[in-house]
Structures are given as structure tokens and as C-alpha cells.
Design a protein around this ligand. Sequence first.
Ligand SMILES: Nc1ncnc2c1ncn2[C@@H]1O[C@H](COP(=O)(O)OP(=O)(O)OP(=O)(O)O)[C@@H](O)[C@H]1O
Length: 287
Amino acid sequence: MAHADPAASPPASAVPALRLQGVSCTFVSRDAPGQRYTAVQGVDLAVGAGEFVSVVGPTGCGKSTLLNMAAGLLAPSTGSVEVFGAPLAAQPEGLNRRAGYMFQADSLMPWRTALGNVMAGLEFHGVGPAEARARAQDWLQRVGLGAFGDRYPHQLSGGMRKRTSLAQVLALDPDIILMDEPFSALDIQTRQLMENEVLALWATRPRAVLFITHDLDEAIAMSDRVVVLGAGPASHPIGEFAIDLPRPRDVAEIKATPRFHALHAAIWAVLRDEVLTGYRQQLERAA
Ligand SMILES: Nc1ncnc2c1ncn2[C@@H]1O[C@H](COP(=O)(O)OP(=O)(O)OP(=O)(O)O)[C@@H](O)[C@H]1O
């Protein structure tokens, strides 16, 4: 019996869902408009299909810049972004259509109900109203808001609004999820609930996740891998850590384990000086 040569035709799963290769991003400087500021430089970062990867780094080091490039919202100055092996710029309008995004700020439309908000994304993607309604209702149910579909965003708590945003993203069934500090505005208990819910939903269908956070505890508790970015300018990954904690995880419980503490100590040893540098830079700019 003939066997395929694995080197000649790698399995589809070997193609990363997302790959940033030699990526840099240079802006016109905010502090001195005549000058340019290279936020990130020479960044190589891949997220496998179904892999949960967090990026941590000091404030202002370029985490959101990386995420925006992965989303296709920002074009790299040099280097390339590939989505399941296809260059991003070659995709319609350069947007990453395989990805759903969840940002720090609420992206809900205040004039639409929770159900209307979840339906809106589906309808925008061409799903008919009846199916959009059914899928939106199903996702609201799954995030625990089945009875709240008729509420407007201002009638929902911060955690409920986050759940609605999560339903909005997951209803589109993206293969990649890009999250930029999605829970940082929540109180600690609600945040832990949301983190556990995201992990539980992710476990039912693991998608590639690129998760940006300031919070090293959150990064370790959630991820398969944590990437540490150095302080800017020209920030780039300076460390990468496989998180070998067992799943399923409860984020509060996992943080009490010796392995979690060992991982935290190892990553913090790399991150600490960068955080201090980032903080110093911020003070200098403010002076
Ligand atoms: N549109 C822009 N124009 C000019 N400079 C920018 C622009 N966007 C980002 N920057 C600069 O690039 C650097 C990286 O910004 P970015 O928001 O990616 O960092 P971050 O790590 O996400 O920050 P934080 O941790 O504070 O959220 C910062 O110094 C920022 O001021």
C-alpha cells in the first residue's frame, strides 16, 4: 500500500490558522508628528488551528497593534500576515474574514436589543432574518442570556454586555478569535465567570485564539502558550512559554496549583524588566 509522504503534503492542521512573519509597524509619531515611531519590528508569531495563545507585554509595547494587523484592520509596514496559509492582503479588502473580534470596549449598538445585536452580525454576513433570529437566540441561550434577548444594552450589566458580545462573535462561527483585553473592565468575580465560560465554549469547538492581556495570571490560566513582548520601540517577542496545565480548567482553581506558580515565576522573570521599562517610558512621555 502506498503511503503519502508527510513531508511533501503536510496535514491541513499543520498550517497555522494565523501567521505573522517578519512583521513591523511604523506610525507617524504621536509625540513628534515629524518623526516616525516603530511600534513592533521583526515579529514572528503563529497560532495553530484550535490553539489558545496569549500575548502579554508592558503597556504601549504594541500588543493591540499586532492584533489589529492580524485582523487586517492595520497593514504591516513590512512582513506578512497569513490566514490558513493565504496572505491576508489577497483576501477581500484585506480584512481577516475567518476571524471574529472582541475588544475592550463594548461594540453593541445601543438602539438594538441583545437579540438584535447578535442578529445584526449574522444578517451582515448574509444570513436570512429567520435563521439569524434562531441562531442568535441559540447563542444567547448558550451564554446564559436566553431570557434577556429583548433587553437593550443600557438595561444589561457589564458582564451581560460582554456575554452578548461573545454571542455576537461566536454566532458567526469564526475559525479564529481575536480578543483585546475583553474582560479588563469587569469586576474580578464577573471576570472569572467570563473567563471560565470562554474556556468552556472554546472546549466545545477549539478555535485559534489570539488573546491580548495585561494580566499575566489571566494569560497563564487561559492559554496553551504565552508569548512575551518586550518594551518598545521596535518591540518583538522575547519569550514564549508552553502552558502545560491540564484542561478543563477552572481559572480560580488553576491559579492555586504549584505548576501555575512555577510558570508565573518563569514568565515574570522575563516580563518584569520590560514592564519597568514600559512604565518608565510612560512617565517620561507624560513629563
Ligand atoms: N495610530 C497610531 N499612531 C501613532 N502611534 C500609534 C498608533 N497606534 C499605536 N501607536 C503607538 O504604538 C505603540 C504601541 O501601541 P499599542 O496600542 O499597540 O500598544 P499596547 O501594548 O496595546 O498598549 P496598552 O498595553 O497600553 O494597551 C504605542 O507607543 C502607541 O502610542
